[in-house]
Design a protein around this ligand. Sequence first.
Ligand code: AP5
Length: 226
Amino acid sequence: MPELNLVLFGPPGSGKGTQGERLQEDLRLPYYATGDILRAAVREETELGGTAKRYMDRGDLVPDEVIVSVIAERIDSPEAADGFILDGFPRTEPQAEALADRLTELGRSLTAVLLIDVDDDEVVRRLGGRRTCEENGHVFHVEFNPPEKEGVCDLDGSPLVVRDDDEPEVIRHRLEQYHAKTEPLVDFYDRRSLLRRIDGAASPGEVGAELERTLATLRLEADEAI
Ligand code: AP5
């Protein structure tokens, strides 16, 4: 089967992490979520974490050169040789160009960019009610996907917390950053015929089913091209 090099794309809170967790299990591909990588670096107090924290707490993007090297290292690794799923990268045009250049150097290319499309009001509802497991990063929602026991992760019993950047004024700033710097990539990838739009307003199960249908179509197209 041809390799699958996928990007999960969309505004903050659109459900990229929720769907990424499912896709990773279904496709058995390495999953690189830049937000998770940076939060782990902050927890471990590495140099990367120290740099990233200043930007993340404000809801700003970390500088391109910082995040590009983080992803290049993963794509170059043997575990990603048969494909990968990126979540949260690229987020600016220079990042998208850097990704394309690196893949070209490796004789590879992106298979598709999967845009999970939701509007700003829905983003605010979702991020306002998100609760994240302190230990494993699994996400819940107080209304749409509540844990069995309030404040406790179903998977390992760890406490659920509100992410620092899920405070209302930071959510608004993250949305502004998305519209200004990241949303232009919708056109960038559409022009390259890589964009696939998924209606993200539906339930997590329905969004997952639409993603599966899209991936099935991509596989058929790839098989026909051989
Ligand atoms: P990151 O962690 O990537 O944040 P994000 O893109 O804002 O995405 P989120 O994790 O907030 O949301 P999500 O789309 O994964 O939604 P989720 O599944 O959790 O990045 C954080 C920061 O790191 C950035 O602000 C930046 O500073 C930095 N950074 C990262 N990458 C960078 C880059 N490339 N360049 C520069 N800086 C970078 O779902 C949200 C909630 O909704 C949950 O509660 C969930 O249960 C619920 N939910 C999910 N799906 C549904 C549904 N269908 N219906 C109802 N509820 C749903």
